[in-house]
Design a protein around this ligand. Structure first.
Ligand code: FAD
Ligand code: DLZ
Ligand code: SF4
Length: 504
């Protein structure tokens, strides 16, 4: 009685639930399929990362003595879908059951629901226990009213895990040290270099395949330097903890021309495909603080991103889907501007973030939220168009984490489930956190007109257009107070500038 154990491209973890209990005679199935490489037009680096990491993981399992059946993208007879390849493999191996870990995307979850009846054998869908908070546990917290805001969920998770806790309270006497964080970057401070990994023979072969089949997707493949095995991902993590973590908190929100990584971890792709686990990453960061190698404001800020935000958005995704993706609270309808695909723009901040995205399949959080996300929010881009963009262009993009971040955090399309108010900002915020404005051909000082920073008038225009939905939001009362003090003439000038820009 052999069990076919299907491992998906974002489940590359040795301790995965579907690999536990492996017995002689069982077969691990891994499949490269056209449906997954093209359901959106992924950045070529994302495809290369996943396929190469899958091939390395299969080798690793074989070295540990497991039998692995690995189907390559160009193999003859490849049906191109998970369902098709699973059916073929069941026949090939005469399997009597299938085991698989729950997937990271709703569309695959729905697909898996058909497998038992289609294949006419038992299909065991096991919990993905690589997260701190299971789907069921999160649903329980929703019922207890503990997931209204990320901050309360995070505190609950600190208590449950004991991370950065002492005598039942938070280490350092506070849950959050953001007052010490978010500084602008001093001009003389050089960030550490990015750790790049030279492609080995397996990666070289994948790079050729990707260049051959996906060269029409947005993004550069040259300079591919991602870690593709657990060993390399651990080296990347050690590099981050030693070189960048100590300053992570201070400069978490900073942006600088030509500096694409600053003090960020660049570990989200590894976490999301399973080369690193959330608990080991948090444990190592906490150990750095315990050993005196990183300050508490940095380590707490970092742990909050993973134990707090990452778990919170996953919980929202699985408790709110499939309806979550359908809402459009601000009724945003505009098409995604061509500059997101690299068309020339005078906006230096947008041009920098999109350049980094194209070159690296990466932009850091504040670039995603306060530049490209903020622009899409203020310009009223249709949520499904900007969501698709984020899902396509980042190496770490999987719907469970991408959708709540874009739909909820950046676009406020969920009406406030994820965040109590939209992260809308004018050019002043971007200027405070970056050196972008000094190199821009728009003027930050001008508030309206052809040469004014577009973020300035788009910000007020957004508030005017959405006054019926946001005007009574307690957290925006100050801003709306300022808007209401503007003369009719000033408001009309804002609307005129915004229309001219957006229609242009
Ligand atoms: P660091 O800044 O070093 O942070 C450390 C880790 O914290 C990250 O690796 C990540 O695992 C976690 N983290 C931080 N913020 C978040 C968050 N808001 N949600 C979930 N995890 C978080 N993250 C993704 O993993 N995939 C996405 O598709 C994705 N899309 C995003 C879209 C938008 C509009 C926004 C605003 C954020 C998005 N994020 C996404 C969250 C965040 O921007 C990335 O996790 C981060 O930039 C990854 O780079 P890093 O590893 O250098 O992160
Ligand atoms: C993203 C991706 C890509 C590009 N290719 C594959 C693939 O060929 N085989 C595979 O198993 N997984 C791939 N993935 C990741 C899947 O899309 C991901 O596992 C599902 O979306 C579930 O989260
Ligand atoms: Fe961006 Fe405005 Fe600054 Fe130019 S002036 S870089 S458009 S915020």
């Amino acid at each position: 009685m052999s069990c076919l154990r299907l491992v998906l491209g974002d489940q590359l973890t040795r301790e995965l639930s579907s690999l536990r209990g492996y017995e002689d005679g069982d077969v691990v199935l891994m499949v490269e399929v056209a449906d997954e490489t093209t359901y959106v037009r992924h950045h070529p680096q994302k495809i290369a990362l996943i396929l190469s990491a899958m091939r390395h993981f299969a080798e690793d399992l074989r070295e540990r003595g497991l039998t692995v059946d690995y189907v390559r993208l160009n193999d003859a007879g490849n049906t191109g879908s998970f369902s098709g390849e699973l059916a073929r493999a069941v026949k090939r191996h005469g399997a009597s059951s299938v085991a698989v870990t729950e997937p990271g995307e709703w569309r695959i979850w729905e697909m898996m629901g058909d497998w038992e009846s289609d294949l006419d054998l038992p299909v065991d869908i096991l919990e993905d226990d690589r997260f701190f908070c299971s789907r069921t546990e999160f649903a329980g917290l929703v019922d207890q009213g503990k997931t209204g805001r990320m901050e309360y969920f995070y505190r609950e998770m600190r208590k449950r895990t004991g991370l950065l806790m002492t005598d039942g309270g938070p280490e350092g006497g506070a849950w959050n040290f953001d007052k010490d964080n978010r500084k602008a970057l001093p001009t003389d401070l050089a960030p550490p270099h990015r750790m790049r990994f030279r492609p080995d023979a397996i990666t070289q072969e994948v790079l050729e395949l990707v260049a051959d089949r996906f060269s029409d997707h947005f993004g550069d493949l040259d300079g591919f330097g991602w870690a593709v095995s657990r060993k390399e991902a651990l080296r990347a993590l050690r590099h981050f903890i030693a070189e960048a973590l100590p300053r992570f908190g201070d400069y978490q929100d900073a942006m600088k021309t030509g500096e694409d990584f600053l003090f960020h971890g660049l570990i989200s792709p590894y976490l999301n495909i399973g080369l690193l686990t959330a608990s080991e990453v948090c444990d190592k960061a906490v150990a750095a603080w315990e050993n005196g190698d990183a300050p508490l404001n940095a380590v707490e800020g970092f742990v909050r991103q993973i134990l707090g935000w990452r778990e919170f958005v996953r919980g929202i995704y699985w408790t709110e889907m499939p309806g979550y993706a359908q809402s459009n609270h601000l009724n945003a309808k505009r098409d995604l501007p061509a500059m997101y695909w690299g068309a020339k723009t005078r906006m230096h901040c947008m041009s920098e973030c999109i350049r980094s995205t194209r070159q690296n399949a990466y932009a850091h959080h504040i670039q995603r939220l306060m530049v490209t996300g903020n622009f899409a929010l203020l310009a009223g881009v249709a949520p499904e168009q900007i969501e698709r963009w984020y899902l396509e262009v980042y190496a770490d993009a999987f719907e469970w984490v991408e959708l709540p971040n874009v739909h909820g955090m950046a676009m406020h399309a969920d009406g406030g489930r994820l965040g109590s108010k939209p992260y809308a900002a004018s050019g002043a915020y971007i200027d405070r956190m970056s050196d972008y404005c000094g190199a821009c051909s728009y003027s930050l000082k001008l508030k309206t007109g052809e040469d004014a920073c577009p973020f300035n008038y788009l910000y007020w225009n957004f508030l005017i257009e959405n006054e019926d939905k946001l005007g009574n939001n307690q957290r925006m009362s100050l801003i709306y107070g300022n808007l209401r003090r503007k003369s009719d003439e000033a408001r009309a000038e804002i609307v005129r500038s915004a229309r001219a820009f957006l229609d242009g």
